[in-house]
Design a binder for this molecule. Structure first.
Ligand code: DOR
Ligand code: ZN
Length: 451
């Protein structure tokens, strides 16, 4: 018989997007019982959660004034182990995930060396099994003539712009060959053949901040055209599920909507930086906001934000892409924003303030990613689901202005100007308390989500 854990006075966000108050019982890592006595369309007002007693031995707690949401799913992270653990690593990156309320991560394959073979995939799996503090799944990187992703992979990742030592896959014929061989493909949709390499000469007044000019919108438009051609040429039965990673433009939003109307199995992902920032923020803050795809215009940002609110975007991931601060400050800074530890607080803040509905919150924060990638028992609070839970508090006071300890080795808070209206107080992974008020519980490990 496994462990049992009871939460009294729990206020949880149910599958119906209502908050239910009552008792939650967890057994063997899963939600065994949900006894709601009344429901409301809003969590209770903020208060102190001083009643929480999270001693390791506790088998029963009072949830006090906080509320419980499903642990978030971040379907796009780069934890950089093996190969570049100095930039983050699995143990530290998943500690940052916990701070953000994230209980499942899907890790990208552009490691040094890139994860292109069964052997490298298995070695990386073994590392995650030993080190990950949250549940996880891994991608394989698509290469021309590469093998089908194993059942234990989240899918394959196609980089249409070089993201590792490997060549990009850009033309429609090559895309088609990957499509025919795979079941699920996540695509970085910027065709690198459209990039400019000598923009400094044309834009000297911009100084060094030309990253967004190097990678024009035309690269996205060209990528979408090739993807569509490859999709059309692939026999309907062989077409994989497609995920357009980190949508950053009006064009991607329109394209995904049009493809969905045609019945295509296409999903749209974006990241907080694409609806919170534009190229103006990059020009103001410099290389710390240099990212691929680059931050784009105010109109793009507005279109992404509209799509986050109205359903054009299926889920929000972070594309957590940490680099050492010295690298970011150097002469040829690498691209990437490391935002996983603010994912839950950002999305919760938007819902607490009524900027997105709680139904949309559930979809964006985990439900849709769980459906898209086939994560059994994740992304929602329901009887029988895994007890992946984030314990939150609402209110400007709860969010606080106090200096916070940054967990990621990137050591930079990209969302310092965002007004937080919620924070995460504690996180459970498969029914085990993994993180409380900034402290990681040692010895708690996540599981692989594809088994
Ligand atoms: O900014 C980015 N950084 N975009 C990517 O697509 C890759 C990532 C990385 O691995 O650094
Ligand atoms: Zn990425």
């Amino acid at each position: 018989m496994g462990m049992r854990f009871q939460i009294d006075n729990a206020c949880w966000l149910g599958e119906d997007a209502w908050f239910h108050r009552g008792t939650m019982v967890i057994a063997d890592g899963r939600i065994a019982r949900l006894e709601g006595r009344f429901a409301s369309d809003h969590p209770l007002p903020a208060g102190s959660a001083a009643g929480w007693r999270w001693t390791p031995a506790a088998r029963r707690i009072d949830a006090g004034e906080g509320f419980i949401v499903p642990g978030l799913v971040d379907a796009h992270v780069h934890l950089r182990e093996p190969g570049q653990a100095y930039k983050e690593g699995i143990a530290n990156g998943t500690a940052a995930a916990l701070k953000g309320g994230v209980t499942t991560v899907l890790d990208m394959p552009n490691n040094r060396l890139p994860i292109t073979t069964a052997g490298r995939f298995e070695r990386k799996r073994a590392l995650f099994a030993r080190k990950s503090r949250v549940n996880y799944g891994l991608f394989l990187q698509a290469v021309e003539g590469g093998a089908k992703a194993p059942e234990t992979a989240a899918g394959v990742k196609i980089f249409m712009a070089k993201g590792s030592a490997l060549d990009a896959i850009c033309d429609a014929g090559a895309l088609e060959r990957v499509f025919r061989a795979q079941d699920l493909v996540v695509i970085h949709a910027e065709d690198e053949r459209e990039f400019f390499h000598r923009v400094e000469k044309s834009f000297p007044q911009r100084g060094k901040l030309v990253h967004h000019l190097r990678r024009p919108r035309a690269a996205v438009v060209a990528a979408l055209a090739s993807i569509e051609t490859a999709w059309r040429r692939t026999p309907a039965k062989q077409r994989p599920r497609l995920v357009i990673a980190h949508c950053s433009t009006v064009e991607e939003i329109d394209w995904v909507a049009r493809m969905k109307r045609r019945g295509a199995d296409v999903w749209a992902e974006t990241c907080p930086h694409y609806f919170l920032f534009s190229e103006k923020d990059y020009l103001a803050q410099g290389s710390r906001l240099q990212v691929n795809p680059p931050l784009r215009t105010g109109e793009d940002r507005a279109a992404i934000w509209e799509a986050v609110k109205n359903g054009g975007i299926d889920f929000v991931s972070t594309d957590h892409a940490p680099h050492a601060p010295a690298e970011k400050a150097g002469r040829n800074p690498p691209s990437g924003i490391a935002g996983i530890e603010w994912l839950g607080p950002i999305l919760l803040s938007l819902a607490v303030r009524g900027e997105i509905s709680w139904k949309r919150y559930l979809e964006l924060a985990g439900r849709n990613a769980a459906r898209c990638f086939g994560l059994e028992g994740r992304g929602g609070i329901r009887k029988g689901a895994w007890a992946d839970l984030a314990f939150a508090e609402a209110g400007e006071k709860a969010a606080g202005k106090a200096a916070e300890k940054i967990v990621t080795r990137a050591a930079f808070h990209p969302f310092g100007h965002f007004t937080f209206s919620a924070r995460i107080r504690a996180v459970m992974v498969d029914g085990q308390v993994a993180w409380v008020d900034g402290r990681v519980r040692r010895g708690v490990h996540g599981k692989e989500v594809f088994q």
